[in-house]
Design a protein around this ligand. Structure first.
Ligand code: NAG
Ligand code: NAG
Ligand code: NAG
Ligand code: NAG
Ligand code: NAG
Length: 393
């Protein structure tokens, strides 16, 4: 009986239990279905993620492991250091597969977020031109940010043109090829690439040379990556190298494509003469290389500018053309300077050109002149204009 009652009660309980069980089962099945739907959706998301990875590969941005880069460069040993650019040291490395690379280890001052930096690198990796150094990928690990470039065995232009011995390895036709190549690379950066980059630091040591001494502009896009949102001392800084900086940029921070045009003009005069603009001192007059070239031009003896190593191999009409174009590029007022499309065009034809006006910064040492890229040691403030105009695309 007791048990009957118990059963009775049990049955009652059982009904409740059955109810509870039933609802639990229904609830459970519901959850299961929800779960399944969730799983399927997650799978879809996963697939999207994979797809994204594939797309990233399409965009040609291999990510290198820090361990691989450290191994390749002997733990960034000073033996493998190639030099120090405006944005950090550069190391030579050899990957496990034997490929030679150049690793630029970016200084930590770019206040850029990681994603922003990655996006910027992806964009810059897409810039491809035979006169730009090829970016192979990047390595981003906590504080470390590195760009990996193809390695250029013949170093940079300054290594050749300012060295009395190596200079003899260059004849005029190689020099002309280098001048035209730099102009084409700059034209691409200014106009033909989708990013519209102002380099800001065109100089002999930023022009690398491949096996056949073809010029490749390096460090392009770095100025762009380091823009904006920088902290304290690094805010609003002028990046560039004295001796190559145009007057309006060096003194007011006013940046435009004509800033690069000015630097290009200085570089052409350096290639033709074998002298550095910064540090050149004419024995009698207090003139830098620009001033010296200008005086020779006015006197009607511009060919005196040419380095004697080049004299035998030179083509007089081409040399005159280059000096003339260079003097147009270094004119004081940015609006008087030609732009890169015009420069590429006039370097390649023999049509008459306008007379150049007086160059900017042609007196001996200008008070701002220093030894290194301002981006590295000699940072000084400029007004907001430099950053604002840099953002213009
Ligand atoms: C490190 O470099 C050596 C040769 O220098 C190579 O055999 C090895 O595979 C490399 N290790 C990694 C992790 O890349
Ligand atoms: C690099 O450093 C790590 C540890 O810091 C060491 O195990 C490794 O042998 C080093 N590699 C080279 C090539 O010096
Ligand atoms: C440039 O590099 C290549 C390959 O390393 C070498 O054979 C050639 O001699 C170099 N040219 C000059 C002018 O040094
Ligand atoms: C230029 O050529 C002349 C004779 O043709 C020769 O005497 C002179 O050494 C050459 N100069 C250079 C720098 O090669
Ligand atoms: C000099 O350069 C011009 C223009 O590039 C060319 O037409 C001419 O044939 C060259 N002269 C010589 C002697 O190479």
């Amino acid at each position: 009986m007791y048990s009957g009652v118990a059963v009775e009660k049990g049955n009652n309980n059982g009904k409740k239990k059955a109810g509870i069980i039933a609802s639990t089962v229904v609830f459970g099945m519901g959850m299961l279905m929800l779960g399944m739907i969730f799983c399927i959706r997650r799978k879809k998301f996963r697939m999207n993620d994979n797809f994204k990875d594939v797309r990233k590969e399409d965009m040609e941005l291999p990510i290198f492991y820090l361990s691989a880069v450290a191994n390749a460069t002997g733990n960034f040993s000073s033996r493998n250091k190639l030099g120090e650019g405006g944005f950090g040291p550069v190391y030579k490395g050899i990957l496990a597969e034997g490929q030679e690379i150049a690793v630029k280890r970016l200084s930590k001052s770019s206040g850029q977020g990681l994603n922003e930096l990655k996006n910027e690198v992806i964009l810059i990796a897409k810039l491809q031109h035979r006169n730009l150094v090829k970016l192979l990928g990047c390595c981003i690990h906590e504080d470390e940010k590195m760009l990996i470039y193809e390695y250029m065995p013949n170093k940079s232009l300054d290594f050749f043109i300012f060295d009395q011995t190596r200079r003899k390895l260059m004849d005029w036709s190689k020099c002309m090829n280098i001048i035209v190549g730099i102009a084409r690379g700059l034209l691409y950066l200014h106009q033909d690439s989708r990013l519209r980059i102002i380099h800001r630091d065109i100089k002999a040591s930023n022009i690398l040379l491949d096996n056949e001494l073809n010029p490749k502009i390096s460090d392009f896009g770095l100025a762009r990556m380091f823009r904006g949102d920088q902290t304290e001392a690094n805010t609003h800084r002028v990046v560039g190298t004295y001796g190559y900086m145009s007057p309006e940029y060096a003194s007011n921070g006013h940046l435009s494509v004509k800033t690069d045009v000015f630097s290009f003009g200085v570089l052409v005069l350096e290639i033709v003469s074998g002298n550095k603009n910064r540090g050149f001192r004419h024995p009698d007059q207090n003139l830098n290389l620009l001033g010296h070239a200008w005086i020779l031009w006015i006197k009607g003896t511009p060919l005196e500018l040419i380095d004697e190593c080049l004299a035998n191999s030179s083509n007089v009409s081409e040399v005159l053309r280059c000096i003339h174009v260079a003097l147009l590029c270094v004119q004081q007022r940015p609006e008087d300077r030609p732009n890169m499309p015009t420069i590429v065009q006039i370097l390649g034809n023999e049509n008459p050109l306008p007379q150049p006006k007086q160059p900017g910064f042609f007196i001996g040492r200008n008070p701002l002149e220093q030894d290194t890229s301002s981006s590295r040691n000699n940072v000084y403030s400029a007004n907001e204009a430099s950053l604002t105009s840099l953002e213009a695309r």
